[in-house]
Structures are given as C-alpha cells and as structure tokens.
Design a protein around this ligand. Structure first.
Ligand code: NAD
Ligand code: APR
Length: 234
C-alpha cells in the first residue's frame, strides 16, 4: 500500500453481528419483525410512541448485553496506533466501538444509549427504559425520545464526515449492505478523493463494484488481519 496517512472506516450492523446484535436485512433481521415505518420514522413515533419506545428499550437492552468482538478490539488497537488521522464513522447505535477502545468514533445514526429531550434539546446518556415516559433530567419535561436518526431525518455530523473522506488516503467499509444513503455513497466520494477503497463484508454488498478490493468473510476474522497488515506496512 502506498503511504497511507488519513483513514476513514465506515461500519454497519455487520460488525456487531458476531456480538449478538441483530442486523437489519438478514433473514432474522430487525426489519422482519418490525416494519421500519412503524419503528424507524418520525411518523411511526407520532402514531404509536409506546411501540417505538419499547422497540428501542429492547435495542438498549441488546446493546448492554453485547460485548465487543475481535473486530471492534482490532479497530481499537488501530485507533490507538494511528491516532488523529483515523476516523470511524458508524451507522450503528451500539457502543461496541467505544468498548473496544476506539476513541475517534462518529455515530451518524445516533446512539442507542442516549436519550434526546425534544423540549430542551439536551441529550443524556440513558441505559434504562423510556417506555414509562420519564422526565428529562434537565428540564423535567416528559419529552424524551431515542437519540436515533430515523428515516426522513438528517444523519449527524455529515460535514465532518465529508471533510474526512475528502482527505482520506484509505476508505474501508465493514459490515454494511450499502442499502441506505448517504452512507452507501461514501465510497464514491472516497474514490473521487483518490483514496484506496476496501470492503470487508460477509457477502458482496450493493456497492461492491465501487471498491478497489472486496474481502468476504466474518468481520471477526477479516478486521484483525486487516489491522495487522496495515500496522506492519512500511
Ligand atoms: P432503517 O435505516 O433501518 O430503515 C431500513 C430500510 O427502510 C432501509 O433499507 C430503507 O430502504 C427503507 N426506507 C427507505 N425510506 C424509508 C422511509 N421513508 N421510511 C421507512 N423506511 C424507509 O431505519 P433506521 O431508523 O435508520 O434504523 C434504526 C436504527 O437502528 C438505525 O439507526 C440503525 O443504525 C440501528 N441499528 C443499529 C445496530 C447496531 O448498533 N449494531 C443494529 C441494527 C440497527
Ligand atoms: N461480518 C461481516 N459482515 C457481516 C457479518 C459479519 N459477521 N454479518 C453480517 N454482515 C454483513 C451482511 O452481509 C450485510 O451486508 O453486514 C451487512 C448488514 O447489512 P444491514 O443489515 O443492511 O445493516 P447496515 O448495512 O448497517 O444498514 C445500514 O440501514 O437499516 C438502516 O439505519 C439502519 O444503520 C442501518 C443502515
């Protein structure tokens, strides 16, 4: 690999699959049991807030029961070694990157262990449930919702993401189906920036043809090997 300085890594639900957190579009995926429109849109929340709060209460419990796997831990080691020129952009709402010791993590779809008060706009770390309508610790209003980017809402920190991709020498996509934009379009922006592009996934994604290289297999095997190679490279 040529001299690689700036790295952007995009992760999706697949990197957490081996930690026991269900992905979306597998046969037993999250959307099989819960039509997205009911639990992952502002309209669904307005229509039945109790259903949506219970859905994310369960996601929060799944996250807390999960442990980082070898892929998260390998990225934590890479973060430690690479420093400020690495950014992990995750579509996931779990905190397994952080528990895998990564520090430069950007959650573009929000965070499962965070609650957002729609009255005062404050965000709070939240490990419990929201189904019983607890009051916001800051303003005492009963206006807390999951701090998740639903369909029809703008993902977080897009400017920061595009700036990082524009400067990237290497763009790596791990465990995402490439089904949802804007994340699915990042590889195209990375190519335009002249970055080398690598996909690590269980199966070919919708965007595989855009990558210089696709390696197929479980993240818990592919990611540690990728990190060892990168840290060995001259
Ligand atoms: P979503 O992204 O899961 O929506 C799934 C599908 O709905 C998409 O493929 C899209 O084609 C379709 N869709 C398109 N337009 C739509 C619309 N207007 N309304 C409804 N569906 C539409 O929805 P989501 O809210 O982003 O997902 C729920 C959250 O759960 C996400 O933030 C996701 O990151 C999170 N999650 C995280 C993990 C993890 O942390 N490991 C695992 C699974 C899910
Ligand atoms: N190792 C590597 N990849 C895996 C593994 C694994 N062990 N298990 C599954 N995968 C791959 C699947 O092959 C699939 O391509 O991870 C991908 C998971 O795809 P999705 O279920 O669509 O999840 P994701 O790509 O994160 O979805 C993107 O869409 O549903 C919305 O907002 C939600 O953030 C989510 C976004």
């Amino acid at each position: 690999m040529s001299a690689i300085r700036n790295i952007v890594i995009l992760t999706g639900a697949g990197i957490s699959a081996e930690s026991g957190i269900r992905t979306f579009r597998a046969d037993d995926g999250l959307w099989e049991d819960h039509p997205v429109e009911q639990v992952a849109t502002p309209e669904g929340f307005a229509r039945d807030p109790g259903l949506v709060q219970r859905f994310y209460d369960q996601r929060r419990a799944d996250i807390r029961a999960a442990r980082p796997n070898a892929a998260h831990l390998a990225l934590g080691r890479l973060d430690e070694a690479w420093g400020g020129n690495l950014l992990i952009v995750t579509q996931n709402i779990d905190d397994l990157h952080e528990r895998g010791h990564a520090r430069r993590v950007l959650h573009m779809h929000g965070e499962g262990l965070s609650a957002w008060c729609t009255a005062c706009d404050m965000r709070h770390r939240w490990e419990g449930t929201l189904r019983d309508g607890p009051a916001c610790p800051a303003c005492c209003e009963k206006a807390l919702r999951p701090d998740i980017v639903w369909f029809g809402e703008m993902p977080y920190q897009m400017e920061r993401i595009y700036t990082a991709i524009a400067a990237a020498d290497l763009f790596v996509s791990i465990g995402t189906s490439g089904a949802v934009y804007p994340a699915a379009g990042f590889v195209e922006q990375a190519r335009r920036s002249g970055a080398r592009t690598l996909e690590l996934n269980l199966e070919r994604s919708l965007g595989s043809m855009m990558f210089d290289e696709t390696r197929l297999g479980p993240a818990s095997e592919l990611v540690p090997a990728f990190v060892v190679d990168l840290l060995r490279a001259p």
